[in-house]
Design a protein around this ligand. Structure first.
Ligand SMILES: Nc1ncnc2c1ncn2[C@@H]1O[C@H](COP(=O)(O)OP(=O)(O)OP(=O)(O)O)[C@@H](O)[C@H]1O
Length: 302
């Protein structure tokens, strides 16, 4: 019997590619043995509901088509379920950090073929209170910018919208008093921001956590200590080159679980989306999801 897949797609992702490609994608999946029905998301939170619903209805495979925002929602819809079918990804968004981290091709035909090959990889999932992430959890003034970029602007300008928003934000940078408690380390000081990485592919900063692995059962914690604007710019540019690890302003360690608290109001950013506020406990759920990836390990995000 043919397997049944549920394709959950965001019609507004990227430059609205799914709207144009859907008939061809469905045909290719069908020929490849996946009987596929679709759910077009209608707004925020809908992909999470659709993914949970698809599991309850017994689908064998879930496919998320969109950017990191859609994927984040689909994973949140799946993570608390006992049965978690394998997940395929069609990276058609503006930012596809996660697909990049797994070497999932950007071209839709190759991405569909990869799902049809049915080779999966187990990956860790990050958990923050009752929410889940795959790439990164962050907090502090810089990390608040991603959900301030309006979706319409993203559709028009793509990645550039983030950088414009980031520059606009620089003069408003301020440190926050934070406490981090984990088995490995306790930190209590004023910090500019913190990033807790599950993968090594973070918004164009591929060298931020060079040895972070999606399968090591650990999170990579980066804390940027209080600094001035000039130092901040210098450290961010050295992070782009992967030369930040020995900077005295940067604290780095690995852990399975960490508690983060602050006397201030601090928002959390999970995979680029608003993820609630502090306090929180951030932990890793080892091998929590099965994702379709390239068996030979040769395909790249292109
Ligand atoms: N029909 C819709 N109209 C508008 N927004 C939607 C719709 N469906 C889903 N969304 C929202 O769009 C957000 C961004 O989606 P997604 O990440 O797939 O696209 P993107 O263009 O790559 O943007 P991002 O830069 O966040 O990756 C999702 O978090 C979701 O809440």
């Amino acid at each position: 019997m043919a397997k049944r897949a549920r394709l959950i797609y965001n019609p507004t992702s990227g430059r609205e590619e799914m709207k144009r490609r859907l008939p061809e994608i469905l045909q290719r999946l069908e020929y490849g043995g996946l009987e596929t029905s679709t759910h077009a998301t209608i707004g925020e939170g809908d992909a999470a509901v659709a993914a949970a619903d698809a599991i309850d209805r017994g689908f064998d495979v879930i496919i998320a088509a969109g950017g990191d925002g859609t994927l984040y929602e689909v994973i949140n819809g799946m993570a608390e379920k006992e049965r978690r079918p394998p997940l395929g990804i069609l990276p058609v968004g503006t930012t596809n950090d996660f697909a990049r981290a797994l070497g999932i091709p950007k071209h839709w035909e190759f991405a569909v073929d990869l799902i049809l090959q049915q080779h999966t990889r187990k990956i860790d999932v990050g958990k923050v209170n009752q929410r889940y992430f795959i790439n990164i959890a962050g907090g502090g003034s810089m990390t608040e910018l991603t959900y301030e970029v309006p979706s319409k602007l993203k559709t028009m300008l793509g990645q550039l919208a983030y950088y414009m928003k980031g520059l606009e934000k620089l003069p408003r940078l301020r440190p926050t008093e934070l406490s981090f408690v984990s088995k490995e380390k306790h930190v209590h000081e004023e910090v500019m921001m913190f990033l807790i990485c599950n993968s090594n592919s973070v918004g164009g900063f591929e060298r931020l956590a060079p040895d972070a692995s999606l399968s090591d059962g650990l999170l990579d914690v980066f804390i940027l200590r209080k600094c001035n604007l000039a130092e901040f710019i210098r450290i961010v540019s050295s992070a782009l080159r992967g030369e930040h690890m020995n900077d005295p302003h940067v604290i780095h360690f690995k852990t399975q679980s960490i508690q983060v608290t602050s006397p201030d109001y601090v928002q959390l950013n999970l995979d680029g989306e608003f993820g609630g506020t502090l306090p929180c406990t951030i932990s890793v759920l080892p091998d929590h999801l099965h994702i379709f990836v390239d068996e030979s390990g040769t395909s790249t995000y292109k």
